[in-house]
Write a protein that binds this ligand. Structure first.
Ligand code: ADP
Ligand code: MG
Length: 319
């Protein structure tokens, strides 16, 4: 199957007011197949949101290329980009972010349909509410009259209104109660299956990702350090950073683990060599000198580590 979205060496640098420069996304390559769910995980500040915006061309890459559905879109004009918008949509963590507080849910859903001159607006609004599990009566309500979870359902309905092929959801459940999180994740899964939607699901929380992802890409300081099939990555992480993230997930069957030691270093002056080496429990001299490339292993797993935890054959842990 050909890729829906293909990013090559995407980079985003920001110039700060004091003149210094920061590399928020440091050369990311990834592909997303039609209908696929890719989870993008990593601690806060790792560049997930910046990458998410780049993937939808809501922000411009400093360098690198982006193809969507076979078309080069890296430098597409605003006008051509507008024509593409119905096919790629974003859902944000803040459920109020893209809703006008003075307009009803029905208006919020009708707006993109009217702008793009779609026929049968009223019927489509009802259909969208049904798709996301909201009652028809919800159309008359204002954003503040919904619970956080319902408001996120409304945002998802708005995002799928024009029939997109790709949704980037940036921490869409991070502001919700755990019980509601599961419902919204199920909704994403359901819509993916029914509509053939591809989804990039951004989260700092591996526990959330477990239920969502066909594939997982782990980001650290602007770069992908591990990528592979979701269950396989969670069962046997190959990068010490992925392992540390997993170990930090609270579980009923063990005492609360210690958090990952230290903080994500500043991308203004990232560590030399492997960017994770100052926090890595298995780092050796080489790691502070030589930057490990993201390499494919024999098992469809890519890992950027000189000493990966999973052997080439994928048959378990090396010592
Ligand atoms: P995440 O979503 O993983 O928390 P972000 O993509 O928001 O990470 O940020 C990555 C890095 O880029 C952070 O160090 C952040 O401070 C920096 N950053 C993000 N946006 C800007 C901006 N507009 N100007 C300067 N720095 C930014
Ligand atoms: Mg973010």
């Amino acid at each position: 199957m050909s890729a829906l979205l293909e990013a090559k060496d995407l980079e985003r640098r920001y110039r700060l007011r004091d003149g210094r420069e920061l590399q928020a996304v440091a050369g990311v390559s990834l592909t997303i197949a039609p209908g696929e769910a890719l989870a993008l995980v990593g601690e806060s500040g790792c560049g997930k949101s910046t990458l998410g915006r780049l993937l939808l061309r809501l922000d411009d890459p400093t360098s690198g290329t982006l193809r969507f559905d076979g078309e080069e879109i890296t430098t597409l004009s605003e006008r051509r980009l507008r024509a593409l918008r119905p096919r790629m949509q974003m859902v944000f963590q803040d459920s109020y972010a893209s809703l006008n507080p003075r307009r009803t849910a029905g208006d919020a859903l009708a707006e993109p349909l009217r702008i793009h001159r779609r026929p049968g607006v009223a019927a489509r609004v009802r259909e969208l509410l049904g798709l996301v599990g909201l009652p028809e009566a919800a159309a008359a309500k204002f954003p503040h009259e919904f619970s956080g979870g319902q408001r996120q359902r409304l945002n998802i309905a708005r995002a799928i209104a024009l029939g997109p092929a790709l949704i980037v959801a940036d921490e869409p459940v991070s502001a919700l109660d755990v019980s509601v999180q599961a419902q919204i994740i199920n909704l994403f899964r359901d819509l993916q299956a029914r509509l053939g939607l591809a989804c990039v699901f951004i989260s700092h929380d591996l526990a959330v990702v477990r239920q969502m992802a066909d594939r997982i890409a782990v980001m650290y300081l602007g770069a992908i350090v591990e990528e592979g099939e979701g269950m396989a990555v969670l069962a046997a992480p190959a990068h010490p950073y992925t392992r540390a993230l997993l170990d930090a997930v609270p579980r009923a069957d063990r005492p609360l683990p210690p958090p990952l030691s230290g903080e994500v270093p500043s991308p203004i002056s990232p560590p030399s060599g492997c960017r994770f080496h100052p926090r890595c429990p298995i780092a050796r001299d080489r790691c502070g000198i030589e930057t490990p490339a993201l390499r494919m292993t024999g098992t469809g797993r890519a890992v950027a580590c000189h000493f990966p935890l999973v052997s080439e054959a994928g048959s378990g842990f090396s010592s």
